[in-house]
Write a protein that binds this ligand. Structure first.
Ligand code: GLV
Ligand code: MG
Length: 349
């Protein structure tokens, strides 16, 4: 356990001071692209304008023969473009892979001043974060970077879930966590081959009809990810970092994607991954709080005055706790309004 007085001090001489509070900007979608793919690379400047976070993926989904091209492509794209308010992230290969070390050393050297966050896959415990933390500090010092690079970990192993609280609070660099349902399913030996979403076999069924045992019985699919997501949200919020849902692999099924994203939004997540341009608008729509709810929340805040006592609004009791719920909604709307003029108008902010 590190001395709490040293927790927010740089881990290498010459590295920048870590953030005390992580910078909070809208992160409704983390849009993945393959930097080794030239056709995708030319679209990056346009896509960057439509997303909150743009992520160059070096890990899974990049063929072994393209790993180096992806790393180099990312460095080139980072240095050739100005991303404005859009955050630039990369997902590096896992810590035990033959690529991780070169991913981090090359990218920090060539594009460290452009990079906001490194996404680290398959994190199993705080020891993984401590290793990356120290390495980043060394590289920041070497390349004289002014702004500390943050770490986003993917929760995608059973051991990672067992250690999620310690991972979330392992370093002041921790920016957030994403759920990785595909690797997590494999690690846990879950019997689903889908990337996120429900499964028709995971359900609850209505009791039999006592007077007709052959009568059809209603059934409903349950959310396979509820427990992990809820646990991840608590771990993140208690450590002052941000929870994200991860990927939804059935690109053709926009409805189920929207449902999965909305479940995550309602449980407290701030965003999700978009693996295809189609999913950008789904995430934008879901992770921007609904206009009618924001307007309602503004009304509650207004009528509650200093926030104490109770008032009845349209038959609904309001008190200290509900006004806090409403401030969450209005606070998020305000953050999004700064980035998204269309939403700003819709909220009337
Ligand atoms: C994402 O990386 C996943 O494994 O779902
Ligand atoms: Mg994965």
């Amino acid at each position: 356990m590190r001395n709490p007085r040293n927790f927010a001090k740089p881990l290498a001489i010459g590295a920048p001071e870590p953030w005390n509070d992580i910078p909070v900007r809208p992160g409704r979608m983390i849009h993945f692209f393959d930097p080794s793919n030239e056709r995708m690379a030319v679209k990056v400047p346009d896509i960057a304008k439509k997303v909150d976070i743009l992520l160059g993926n070096l890990e899974d989904a990049i063929e072994v023969k393209n790993k180096q091209a992806a790393r180099e492509g990312f460095c080139r794209i980072a240095s050739e473009n100005d991303f404005g308010q859009t955050q630039l992230w990369t997902r590096v290969n896992s810590l035990d892979s033959p690529w991780f070390l070169d991913d981090v050393t090359t990218i920090l050297g060539a594009a460290g001043d452009k990079l906001d966050v490194i996404m680290v896959p398959k994190v199993e415990g705080p020891w993984d974060i401590h290793f990356v933390d120290q390495l980043l500090a060394q590289l920041e010092a070497k390349h004289q970077l002014k702004k500390p690079i943050l770490i986003h970990a993917i929760l995608e192993t059973a051991l990672g879930v067992a250690n999620v609280e310690e991972i979330a609070s392992a370093s002041p660099r921790m920016q957030g966590l994403s759920l990785g349902p595909a690797d997590l399913a494999a690690s846990r030996r879950m019997k689903t081959t889908r990337v996120g979403g429900g499964h028709p076999g995971y359900l609850v069924r209505e009791d039999p009809n006592p007077s007709d045992e052959n009568a059809p019985r209603a059934k409903a699919q349950q959310d396979l990810w509820h427990y992990t997501l809820a646990r991840m949200v608590d771990a993140c919020v208690s450590a002052g970092i941000l929870p994200f849902y991860g990927p939804f692999g059935d690109i053709g099924d926009s409805i189920a994607c929207e449902d999965q994203f909305r479940n995550a939004f309602l449980l407290g997540c701030v965003g999700a991954w978009s693996l295809h341009p189609k999913q950008i608008d789904i995430a934008r729509n879901v992770f921007s709080p609904p206009v009618d709810e924001v307007k309602w929340a503004m009304r509650v805040i207004e009528e509650m005055g200093d926030g104490s006592g109770t008032v009845m609004i349209d038959g609904k009791m309001q008190d200290d706790a509900t006004v806090k719920q409403c401030r969450v909604m209005v606070g998020l709307a305000g953050l999004i309004a700064e980035r998204d003029p269309e939403m700003k108008d819709a909220y009337g902010l």
